[in-house]
Design a protein around this ligand. Structure first.
Ligand SMILES: [Zn+2]
Ligand SMILES: [Zn+2]
Length: 318
C-alpha cells in the first residue's frame, strides 16, 4: 500500500506492507487525513517515533471484529490501551501504561491506504458530517478536553495563545461557552478568521502582559509559550498547555511559585462531543483548510503545513 513514512527522514513509500490485524482490531481504508503540528514535531524528533505518520483521519471499515462496523465511515481514537493496568482500571485509559498511540507511539498511523485500530476505538460518522469536517474530529476533541479540565463560566476571562490550527479550534469551543475569550497570535490573516467568528483577537506585538486573565490556554506549539502565558494570567490563575514540542528549553518557572499558578497539561479529548459539535455546525472547521494534496505529494505537503500562512493541509488518500 501507499504510505507516508518517517524514519530518518520523511518519505513516500509506494509499497509498504498492509497492517496485520490483531484480535479485536478493525482495518480501515483511509479516505482523507489531516496534517497536525504533532506530525511536524515528530519529524523533528518528538517521541522518537519511526513508522507511518498520521492520526487525524476518516475512512471506511473494511474488516472488523465488530461486524456492525463493516462498511461504516469512521474516525478513530488514537490511544490503543490494554484495559488491565491501574490507569485503565481507574477510568484513565488515555494514560494506559501499556498504550500505543496512532502515528505517535509504537503504532503505524493513517497517512496510508490502510490503518489498523482496535474496533472499539472507532466512531461512525453521520452523513451530515462530510469527509473534510470529519478529519477535524480528533483535534476538535482535544480542544474540548479543556472544558473537562477547568470550570469556565460566563465571567471567566480566557486568553488563547496561538492562532494556529489548534488555537483556532480551542477559541471556538471556548466562545461557545459564552465566556469572554480572546486569541493572541502573530498572523493577521489567521486572526481574520476570529473576526469572522466574532471572537476578539489581538496581535502579539500589540499586547501588554497585565497578569489579568483567569485562564490562559497555550496553543503556540512552542516551548516558550508557557512563559508568555505566565505573564498574562492573574495570580492564582490557570495555564493550560496544549502544545507538544520536540525541543526542550530551560524554563524560568519562578512566576509559577510567586503567583501560585495552576498548570494543567491537556491532550486527547471526548470524540462524541466533537462529533456532535460538527453535526450541529457549532464549530467552523472548513475555514481552516488551506490546501489539499495527494498522499504521493506527502513530503511536499509537510513543508506546506510548516508555513506560517497555512492552517490545515488535508492529505487525500482515496
Ligand atoms: Zn494532532
Ligand atoms: Zn492500560
Amino acid at each position: 500500500m501507499r504510505a507516508l513514512v518517517f524514519e530518518d527522514s520523511l518519505r513516500f513509500d509506494p509499497r509498504r506492507a498492509e497492517p496485520a490485524l490483531e484480535l479485536g482490531d478493525a482495518l480501515v481504508r483511509v479516505r482523507q487525513a489531516g496534517i497536525c503540528s504533532t506530525d511536524l514535531q515528530i519529524t523533528r524528533g518528538y517521541m522518537g517515533f519511526r513508522g507511518v505518520l498520521g492520526h487525524e483521519f476518516v475512512g471506511l471499515v473494511e474488516a472488523s471484529s465488530n461486524p456492525s462496523l463493516v462498511g461504516k465511515r469512521v474516525v478513530g481514537e488514537i490511544n490503543c490501551v490494554c484495559g488491565r493496568c491501574d490507569m485503565c482500571l481507574s477510568g484513565l485509559s488515555p494514560h494506559c501504561r501499556n498504550r500505543s498511540v496512532l502515528g505517535i507511539l509504537n503504532h503505524d498511523g493513517a497517512f496510508a491506504d490502510y490503518v489498523r485500530l482496535p474496533s472499539h476505538n472507532l466512531h461512525p460518522i453521520p452523513d451530515s458530517i462530510d469527509d473534510d469536517a470529519a478529519v477535524f474530529v480528533e483535534p476538535l476533541a482535544a480542544a474540548f478536553q479543556v472544558l473537562k479540565q477547568v470550570q469556565i463560566e460566563s465571567r471567566t476571562w480566557v486568553t488563547v495563545l496561538g492562532d494556529g490550527r489548534l488555537g483556532l479550534l480551542v477559541a471556538q469551543v471556548l466562545r461557545n461557552t459564552g465566556c469572554p475569550v480572546r486569541v493572541i497570535g502573530k498572523h493577521p490573516e489567521k486572526l481574520a478568521l476570529c473576526e469572522k467568528w466574532q471572537i476578539r483577537s489581538r496581535l502579539l506585538a500589540d499586547i501588554a502582559p497585565r497578569h489579568d486573565q483567569d485562564i490562559v490556554v497555550d496553543c503556540t506549539g512552542s516551548a516558550s509559550g508557557i512563559e508568555l502565558a505566565m505573564q498574562l494570567v492573574r495570580p492564582r490563575g490557570t495555564v493550560i498547555l496544549k502544545s507538544t514540542v520536540a525541543d526542550a528549553q530551560p524554563l524560568h518557572l519562578s512566576p509559577l511559585v510567586v503567583d501560585e499558578l495552576t498548570i494543567i497539561g491537556s491532550r486527547c479529548g471526548p470524540f462524541r462531543t466533537a462529533i456532535t459539535a460538527l453535526a450541529d455546525r457549532s464549530v467552523d472547521v472548513i475555514s481552516l483548510i488551506s490546501r489539499r494534496m495527494k498522499i504521493e505529494q506527502g513530503v511536499e505537503a509537510f513543508s506546506v503545513a510548516k508555513r506560517h500562512d497555512v492552517l490545515k493541509v488535508i492529505l487525500q488518500i482515496e
